[in-house]
Design a protein around this ligand. Structure first.
Ligand SMILES: Cc1cc2nc3c(=O)[nH]c(=O)nc-3n(C[C@H](O)[C@H](O)[C@H](O)COP(=O)(O)OP(=O)(O)OC[C@H]3O[C@@H](n4cnc5c(N)ncnc54)[C@H](O)[C@@H]3O)c2cc1C
Ligand code: SF4
Length: 327
């Protein structure tokens, strides 16, 4: 398939980029690994592609004066995975980043683009004019749905959130800075993504002329342990069938607070409050772990072809909670 025609702009400042993006049919280009495929396959169109690759202020990883970690939106996924400070202070994030796609895609793809990438539902990526593209039905609900969600569809759209990095950021309580024509705001990553019941046409709270400029991670508290795990069909560049990011704070051997976020489970990174409640205040002994793993799937609503995800998540939680107890 040939790439459709569009004009191309490479602004030199953030202000100019936002101005360029404010014209009708403009779309933002970072590393292009997702965007160019979407344009080529005509999943959506663009009159103008606005590349932000010259905005060097949006690159790099640094510690702020008050000890938090700032990651520029144009920082590549490889840089996030290989950064020593992230490996030491936010292991769930570095592990998640190291498992994104292939080395080539990690070198080209940016962390901002990873958060804003489009869903991978094969109907959406194919020639089906489904609800998410403005059509009148979901083809996955009674179709080929083995890779779709078991939580959060609202009976509307069954995508799973595609990013491996986003669940780790939610678990670490990160926020993103969003800059638009009038102002800039900080949004918790946990509130950045939209459920189908919020708006089935949009995946994030971003308006068309808003740009994610940076990601901020809080100073890790004393007693914090974190991990992440991704299960995929083959050991290649596949997206997650099931995954989990854990950020737990321990007081001696008891869990004092917990952030447990599932991937491959729901249209957004899915915070599992059931697991968090089951482990908070307890030691991670085998009874607690078994109870927590059961709680993870208690309200699951599998489709005809993805029932296997229920036992997959149960087993995943059992293994990961047992492993983090021994760190
Ligand atoms: C074959 C393949 C396999 C993959 N496997 C995985 C995987 O296993 N796990 C995983 O997590 N990801 C996976 N990905 C997705 C990949 O990680 C993303 O394509 C990449 O991170 C996107 O970054 P980019 O800079 O290339 O974004 P682009 O392609 O440039 O942009 C992607 C989207 O985000 C928007 N966008 C980009 N940057 C910003 C910003 N700063 N502010 C606002 N909007 C923005 C763009 O407008 C566009 O809609 C895979 C992709 C491919 C093609
Ligand atoms: S799951 Fe969502 S993206 Fe996929 S066909 Fe249904 S409405 Fe479209």
């Amino acid at each position: 398939m040939l790439m459709p025609n569009f004009s191309y702009a490479r602004p030199r400042s953030l202000k100019e980029a936002i101005q360029q993006l404010s014209s009708e049919g403009a779309t933002l280009h970072a590393g292009g690994t997702d965007l160019l495929g979407c344009l080529r396959d005509e999943i959506f169109g663009a009159k103008k592609v606005v590349s932000i690759s010259s905005l060097n202020d949006l690159r790099g990883i640094r510690v702020t004066k008050d000890g938090r970690l700032r990651i520029g939106a144009l920082t590549t996924v490889t840089e996030v995975a290989n950064n020593q400070m992230i490996q030491q202070r936010y292991p769930a994030l570095s592990k998640a980043a190291s498992e994104v796609a292939s080395p080539q895609l990690r070198n080209q793809g940016t962390i901002g683009g990873n958060l804003c990438q489009k869903p991978r539902c094969w109907y959406y990526r194919g020639e089906f004019h489904c609800l998410r593209k403005g059509g009148d039905r979901c083809y996955a609900s009674h179709g080929e749905n083995e890779f779709h969600c078991i939580f959060g569809s609202g009976g509307i759209c069954y995508i799973v959130h595609p990013s491996d990095i986003a669940p780790a950021l939610v678990a670490h309580d990160a926020s993103v800075r969003v800059v638009g024509p009038k102002d800039a705001r900080w949004v918790d990553v946990a509130k950045f993504f939209l459920l189908p019941s919020d708006d089935v046409r949009r995946e994030t709270v971003l308006k068309p002329n808003e740009i994610v400029t940076e990601i901020l991670l809080p100073v890790p508290m004393q007693g914090l342990r974190s991990s992440s795990r991704k299960i995929r069909a083959r050991r290649s560049w596949d997206f997650a069938l099931a995954g989990v990011a854990l950020v737990l704070r321990f007081n001696d051997d008891r869990v004092q607070s917990a952030h447990v976020v599932l991937s491959g489970a729901a249209p957004i990174p899915w915070r599992s409050r059931g697991v968090e409640e089951a482990i908070t205040g307890s030691r991670l002994d085998s009874d607690t772990v078994a109870r927590a793993a059961e709680a993870a799937v208690k309200n699951a609503e599998p489709l005809e072809q993805n029932r296997y995800k229920v036992s997959l998540f149960r087993g995943l939680l059992e293994e990961e909670l047992s492993a983090i107890a021994k760190i």
